[in-house]
Design a protein around this ligand. Sequence first.
Ligand SMILES: [Zn+2]
Length: 195
Amino acid sequence: MFLEPRTGEGSRGWIEVICGPMFSGKTEELLRRLRRAKIAQMKLAIFKPKIDQRYGQGKIVSHDANYFPSLEVAHSAQVLKQGAFAQLVAVDEAQFFDEGIVDVVEKLSLAGVRVIVTGLDMDYLGKPFGPMPQLMAIANYVTKIHAICVRCGQPGTHSYRLAQGDARVMIGQVEAYEARCRNCFSEGMVSRAAN
Ligand SMILES: [Zn+2]
């Protein structure tokens, strides 16, 4: 799908990325921005990958039960198709999208859409997660937020998996993870490898 780039003052889009580990408050930060956009009466379109069914379908929910309706889509092409008519497109849990999401986000921003992407920057091995590195690279604004390391109280940058298993997709099981700083994450991985 080709979108005609919009031209003229006040019509330019851009890309914002909110990233960090689990328990860092990415959803709260997204909701904060969405609430402001709603007050400004912007036309919103919110997308999630079909894989995430943590809090039931079709909502971006915060812990205080505020929510915005979202569309669960299986492929990034649907974000372009259905997001092209919005003024603000939010893509939640972007790490689980296919690589095509990078191109989609860029096309939307060229067409004048403000795009907000949230996602885990690193997986449970501490490696860059899915399309997140590319999205962070092309973004106009990157907000990297932190949790608190449950072991030492330093800023938590990593999502440490307590449960065994090696599927990257083990979400919906928040209790299977804890936030750790890089050192405590590394110590856990080393002692696990030794056992
Ligand atoms: Zn620590």
